[in-house]
Ligand binder design. Structure first.
Ligand SMILES: [Zn+2]
Length: 657
């Protein structure tokens, strides 16, 4: 509300919402503080700190800065508070003694942004040193290539050094936004381009993927891989219009219109150009107006034309960011590296004359007298960059990613016959950039010849050349749910050859009921579980139906002679409410009715194994497993195989190319 109130006031000059925010902030400032009768608590979910600082900046009322600083100081302060929220909420130790980013990623991002605000406005060394240490920890060990943080299974937060799995990346859209707010404040604090480099990485990648091109659908988590099994988006494989806790959509609404505010900055006689966006801006420099007009096709093209018009001719230093990706650095750390890491030859001209601008803190600095209508042309070459990651990031070992300009790229099933897991990129693969207006609202794609593994008729794995098309990561998942990967194997060993088609694998699976977080496709995904309580593989369950009669069925592509089925039951005794069923039977479709097969053995309910049943062969177009669940319990299946009655149970591989 504070942020909205300040934005509303700045945009319209109206005070009505600002006055509401002030009334509320006055109550907060009365209630919390170091004086007798005041509370020393802190918010469970940080964010009020940056709102209070914005109110301070616009009203000049120091009480708001004081209470923001108080919340920052009380966090982790054991002497003054009876109960701490712990590491999850960065409330385990005073921030001035913290050195690592921990806990919930969104809480952390807002908190660190608030600390940076307090550090900048108070100038106190202990705050500045602490926030510098924590920022470097993120950049050294915890940032995803797309510029976001957090993992599933780690409380939506920091999982530790180099724990950057791709499939289970959480990268909440809010975490990217909080990280952007933090990095912008770090820039304001230090005036170094490295923070704007990270900000740009977030804006074009980790943040932008969170909202659809239509603007009305959202990702909550933003993984770097999609296998079509793990429903990462809170039970969905595509962007959703809303969530039960719908922080991300409303956060996008706040952040998108704030982006123009990050493009430029001023300090005394310095004018900073941080981001490259076509547009017109007016700002005050030393009490006089300067107008800037940017003309560019960025991020598709690195040519940027800036027309500079001070009201009267005057001297100041123009500081234009030369992005890290131009200079050959992914980040100011060894977390990722370009191969090769050579800097691209950028150039800067003023009124058509090349200028040998000094590079200071990541900015090309041109200090001269500027006259109305002076034109700066910046040329930032955009080679296709191969990215390798630190060896400690397990999931990225032997893999490569691609970038061009500020954009991280990915491959999608939509461009590769539905699957990307079989693809790999030999070292000598040449990718060429091509702009197309016909795809995804107009994008530059990277194209070339890569490789893919496949199975020969006898099941051995071989490799063949395959055309590859990479799209900007932010644009993924606009052509239906589909497989996606950012990090691609560099060798065939890490690529996954699709299994040979089987009767089950080519069947259509349905069920009497499927729990929304589970997946009917688990039945015939040909992924073998290790145990009945294996939580690492996709599963199907009838949860939360308990004690009922339920079924699953396969419909075959065509009538097929079958004689054996094998069922691997899911059973999470000790952890959840699913058990092997009390009993079950197998039915086949016979015209319009379901008829039990004549089993030659018992229908087993063993744990940790396939329960196989053979029966008098039948030729049918569908099979059904009907279970009686145990009283009070639900149940599920991890894998269900079907064997044919013929000499070979495999469908001929010749049918598949
Ligand atoms: Zn969110």
């Amino acid at each position: 509300m504070y942020e909205a109130a300040v934005a509303h006031f700045q945009a319209t000059g109206k005070r009505n919402l600002l006055d509401v925010a002030i009334k509320n902030a006055d109550l907060i400032a009365r209630t919390f503080g170091p004086n007798p009768g005041q509370l020393t608590d802190v918010p469970g979910h940080q964010e009020i700190e940056i709102g209070l600082v914005r109110l301070y900046r616009v009203t000049g009322d120091k009480r708001y800065l004081d209470v923001a600083r108080f919340f920052v100081e009380m966090r982790g302060c054991q002497e003054k508070r009876t109960k701490l929220y712990g590491q999850y909420a960065q409330d385990h130790a005073p921030v001035v003694s913290q050195s690592e980013a921990v806990g919930h990623a969104v809480r952390g991002g807002y908190f660190y942004a608030g600390v940076a605000d307090v550090a900048a406005l108070t100038g106190e060394r202990a705050f500045i040193d602490a926030i510098d240490r924590i920022w470097q920890d993120v950049i050294d060990k915890k940032l995803y290539l797309i510029g976001s943080v957090g993992q599933h299974g780690a409380g939506e937060g920091y999982a530790g050094a180099y724990k950057l799995g791709n499939l289970n990346a959480y990268n909440e859209t809010c975490a990217a936004i909080a990280l952007a707010l933090w990095n912008h404040r770090m820039f304001l604090l230090h005036g170094h381009a490295k923070y704007a480099d990270v900000l740009e990485r977030i804006i074009y990648n980790g943040f932008l993927a969170g909202v659809s091109m239509s603007g009305d659908r959202f990702f909550y988590p933003n993984p770097l891989e999609c296998d079509m099994r793990f429903k990462f988006n809170h039970g969905d494989l595509e962007r959703s219009p809303w969530f039960s806790c719908s922080c991300c959509p409303s956060n996008v609404v706040r952040f998108l219109p704030s982006i123009p505010g990050y493009v430029y900055a001023t300090r005394d006689d310095d004018l900073f150009v941080n981001l490259f966006l076509a547009g017109r801006a007016t700002m005050e420099l030393g009490g006089e107006t300067v107008e800037l007009v940017q003309d560019t096709r960025y991020p598709w093209d690195g040519k940027i034309r800036i027309t500079i018009s001070p009201k009267n001719a005057r001297r100041f230093s123009l500081r234009v960011r030369i992005p890290a990706w131009v200079r050959g650095d992914v980040l100011p750390s060894d977390l990722y590296r370009y191969e090769p890491a050579a800097a691209a030859q950028w150039s800067l001209a003023v009124n058509s004359e090349q200028v040998d601008a000094a590079l200071i803190d990541g900015f090309a600095v041109v200090d001269r007298e500027w006259k109305p209508g002076d034109i700066v042309v910046l040329d930032l070459p955009m080679p296709v960059r191969r990215v390798r990651s630190h060896e400690q990031i397990e999931g990225n070992r032997g893999r490569v990613a691609f970038e061009r300009g500020p954009l991280v790229y990915c491959v999608e099933g939509a461009d590769h016959d539905g699957t990307v897991r079989e693809m790999w990129v030999p070292d000598d693969t040449k990718l060429v950039a091509r702009h197309t207006e016909d795809l995804l609202g107009g994008v530059t794609v990277l194209e070339g010849k890569a490789s893919a593994v496949y199975r020969t008729g006898d099941g051995t794995v071989a490799s063949r050349s395959k055309a590859i098309t990479m799209i900007p990561y932010y644009a993924w998942c606009h052509r239906g749910a589909n497989e996606m990967a950012v990090w691609l194997p560099c060798s065939s060993e890490r690529a996954v050859a699709p299994p040979l088609p089987t009767i089950a694998g080519t069947s259509r699976a349905t069920a009497s009921h499927c729990w929304r977080a589970d997946n009917i496709a688990a039945l015939n995904d040909q992924i073998e579980p290790a145990r009945s309580d294996d939580h690492e593989v996709p599963r199907f369950t009838w949860w939360d139906h308990r004690g009922t009669v339920e079924w699953v069925q396969y419909e075959f592509a065509k009538p097929t002679a079958v004689s054996t089925v094998s069922v691997y039951w899911f059973d999470d005794a000790g952890r959840g409410g699913c058990r092997v069923p009390a009993s079950w039977r197998l039915l086949y479709r016979d015209g319009n009715s379901w008829t039990p097969v004549q089993a030659t053995g018992e229908c087993g309910t063993g744990r940790d194994c396939f329960n196989s049943v053979s029966f008098q062969p039948v030729t049918t177009d569908a099979l059904r497993v009907e279970v009686q669940l145990q009283p009070g319990f639900s149940g599920g299946i991890l894998e269900w195989r079907v064997d044919g009655a013929g000499p070979s149970s495999k469908v001929s591989s010749k049918n598949r190319t």
